[in-house]
Design a binder for this molecule. Structure first.
Ligand code: HDD
Length: 702
């Protein structure tokens, strides 16, 4: 079972069956030289793990081979059902640090003391794809945070988008069925660009706001590290006097937001399907710990009553310009799991996990979620004892009378496993310290009704579109066109255009034109006429809120033999000073020889390191080197893609023939920086801080 060598040096041989305790307290059977002897799961030493037990070398296998049977049986059971949504995910450990006491608003212990650190586990995910799908799907990203507070686990099970497709949880299976692979053919995988999804969406006007987000660059993030996270629903904070304040939770990345463009996403999926998980792994393993600030939008009943929309409607957000989020703490991810399955796969998030002082609102989506998550964990993890798994167990003391069942790891001792009891055994409830639900006055008839206040489905969709920069608006139009072009049933395409007419006429016309729809349909019937008076909210744009820093980003330097060693060194130093990283790409992975004779090792050969894997590129080539590369399609694509994806390109004079062969005029714009000019390295990095030269995009026509 244990694979690490034993920590202690109590050497012994298998012959005397000596046991030694390892780092984690586990028992190792050790032999001379401290090599663990392979054993069965029952602890029996194994003599031969290469051959099954047979009658003669060429004879049949014997059922008697208990080692073989145990090994294969265990292997056969290695998989558990993948999550029905958010199957593909990647987790990391870290901590949450509270900035200041929020005792005025909440009695939650996690918010009482400035500087308090609470252990955390975060799992990022895509929604639609299966566990083995690619990272750069156009999709919502899950952003699930588990805080192991001193009053039990608090799970904020959010997304990187602040609104949702549906208003009532009873529609969740429908929206998910529609986006998953179609049931008769089991494709397409991890894609919304197909008939059933758009059929459902076009018949569900409440999804229009979320659709604008999903068609925007938010759905193709450059890295988990550059995404915002949202609790989506309105929750409550409740203080010791049992007073409630409404709250929305927002995670803001310290490194700023960044996304890729669709053409790039498609290519990344081929070049590195694990792009996002590799990025998080590399950042954390190299000590660049990503960080987010937790920001709260706090409001009272009066604000809720006067706000344009119902705060219980999960298809609406509260613009930051109307209600500025207040930073209250930071989340730092500083450790990767030791074992993916034990931690990331088995972690069980549940919206109902809240500590005293945090409470729910009546948002009907949240109320439904509070049923679903426990059920899904029982199914997935196979036993109510999933809370015994280290990743799910609270890190505070806990005492209850739940016991037995499959794989019970914590088994109570003593006689009384109930309360009250006469034996003075076991815990008792505490009205003071325990969770008290906020005593909201509820009364009414039993009905299946959607409130009138939920019926404006277009106004915030239009506001989102109007809050984007022209480049981002173009991306939305292109995304809608692409997705709808994959829809084979014309009436669905037209129905979507009818909805878009209620969101933004120009957008509807552009998409219709690109789809070849010559006659615009009538706008869709709207329960409430779309409002055009909502002020744009610049906070909704990624580009408007750029980090103006290149920190945490990555440059790909394509080099050839004879590369200028001092220039490479100067660039490397400047890039590292910026908090960014550089990876070398060469014709061969063995690397190249620089002009001073030094050997420059390469991280990638040209075919394995396309420019889509980088935020900016360098072409550090001699003329000879460039000549050799001009005949390589991968080298031409490297340059052409970097240009088309609006990246900053630094180049040596020798690289000009390659630029030319890739159809790029070296003087076409300021994103092409000749590295011979005076302060060229700084000029190049200054450009890189803008992340992309969007002005180039209109001419590139991707
Ligand atoms: Fe959900 C997983 C986020 C609506 C039912 N959901 C899941 C995960 C995230 C979210 C991030 C992955 C957690 C992990 O990494 O393990 N879900 C959301 C958000 C929603 C939302 C932000 C709307 C605001 N979900 C939602 C509804 C239902 C569910 C309305 C059902 C009524 N979600 C589930 C689930 C999952 C899940 C089936 C699948 C795996 C799991 O729970 O652990 O219970």
């Amino acid at each position: 079972m244990a694979r690490k060598p034993a920590a202690k040096s109590e050497a012994a041989t298998i012959h005397d069956q000596a046991l030694v305790r390892g780092d984690g307290g586990e028992l190792h059977q050790i032999a001379e030289g401290h090599v663990d002897i392979l054993t069965t799961a029952q602890g029996g030493p194994v003599a031969d793990d290469q051959n099954t037990l047979k009658i003669g070398a060429r004879g049949p296998t014997l059922i008697e081979d208990f080692h073989f049977r145990e090994k294969i049986f265990h292997f056969d059971h290695e998989r558990i059902p993948e999550r029905v949504v958010h199957a593909r995910g990647y987790g990391a450990h870290g901590f949450f640090e509270t900035y200041k006491s929020l005792a005025k608003y909440t009695r939650a212990d996690v918010f009482q003391r400035a500087g308090e650190k609470t252990p955390a586990f975060v799992r990022f995910s895509t929604v639609a794809g299966s566990k083995g799908s690619f990272d750069l799907a156009r999709d919502v990203r899950g952003f699930a945070v588990k805080l192991y507070t001193k009053e039990g686990n608090w799970d904020i099970v959010g997304n990187n988008i602040p609104v949702f497709f549906i208003q009532d949880a009873i529609k969740f299976p429908d929206v998910i069925h529609s986006v998953k692979p179609e049931p008769d053919r089991e494709f397409p995988q991890a894609q919304s660009a197909h008939d059933t999804f758009w059929d459902f969406i076009s018949l569900t006007p409440e999804s229009m706001h979320m659709i604008m987000w999903v068609m925007s660059d938010r759905a193709i993030p450059r890295s988990f590290r550059f995404m915002q996270g949202f609790g989506v629903h309105t929750f409550r904070l409740v203080n010791t006097a049992d007073e409630s304040t409404f709250v929305k939770f927002i995670w803001k990345p310290k490194l700023g937001m960044q996304s890729v463009v669709w053409n790039e996403a498609v290519k990344i999926n081929g070049a590195d399907p694990d792009f996002h998980r590799r990025d998080l792994w590399t950042a954390i393993k190299s000590g660049n710990f990503p960080e987010w600030e937790l920001c709260l939008q706090l409001f009272d009943q009066e604000f809720a009553d006067n706000f344009d929309f119902d705060v219980l409607d999960p298809t609406k957000l509260i613009p930051e310009e109307i209600l500025p989020p207040i930073p209250v703490g930071r989340l730092v991810l500083d450790g990767m799991p030791d074992n993916f399955f034990a931690e990331t796969e088995q972690v069980a998030f549940m919206t109902q996990n809240v500590p005293p002082g945090i409470d729910f609102s009546n948002d009907p989506l949240l109320q439904g979620r509070n049923f679903s998550y426990l059920d899904t964990q029982l199914k997935r993890l196979g036993s109510p004892n999933f809370t015994h798994l280290p990743i799910n167990a609270p890190k505070c003391p806990f005492h209850h009378f739940q016991q037995d069942g499959h794989m019970a790891m914590r088994n109570p001792v003593g006689r009384a496993n109930y309360q009250p009891n006469s034996f003075g055994e076991g815990p008792r409830e505490s009205p003071e310290r325990g969770f008290r639900s906020f005593a909201d006055g509820e009364e009414g008839q039993k009905v299946r009704l959607r409130p009138e206040s939920f019926s404006d489905h277009y106004s915030q969709a239009g506001q989102f579109f109007n809050s984007q920069t022209p480049a981002e608006q173009r991306h939305i139009a292109m995304a809608l066109t692409f997705e709808l072009s994959k829809v084979e049933t014309p009436v669905i395409r037209e129905r979507m255009i009818a909805h878009l007419l209620n969101i933004d006429e120009g957008l509807a016309e552009t998409v219709a034109e690109k789809l070849g729809i010559t006659e615009l349909p009538e706008p869709a019937d709207a329960a409430i006429a779309p409002r055009k008076d909502l002020e744009p909210s610049p906070a909704l744009s990624i580009i408007e809120n750029g980090p103006n820093s290149f920190e945490g980003r990555k440059i790909g330097a394509l080099v050839s033999n004879g590369v200028d060693a001092s220039l490479l060194k100067a660039l490397q130093t400047a890039i590292e000073k910026e908090g960014a990283a550089m990876e070398v790409i060469a014709p061969k992975v063995g690397g190249v020889q620089a002009d001073d004779g030094t050997k420059i090792p390469a991280k990638h050969m040209i075919d394995g390191g396309p420019s889509v894997l980088f935020d900016a590129v360098l072409l550090l080539l001699t003329e000879e080197g460039a000549d050799l590369l001009t005949s390589e399609a991968a080298a031409r694509d490297f340059v052409a893609d970097a240009f088309a994806h609006c990246k900053f390109i630094g180049f040596t004079p020798g690289a000009v023939p390659l630029l030319a062969k890739a159809g790029v005029d070296p003087s076409s714009d300021e994103g092409l920086v000749s590295l011979t000019d005076g302060d060229a390295v700084n000029t190049y990095l200054e450009g890189c801080r803008k992340l992309r030269l969007w002005a180039r995009e209109a001419g590139v026509k991707l």
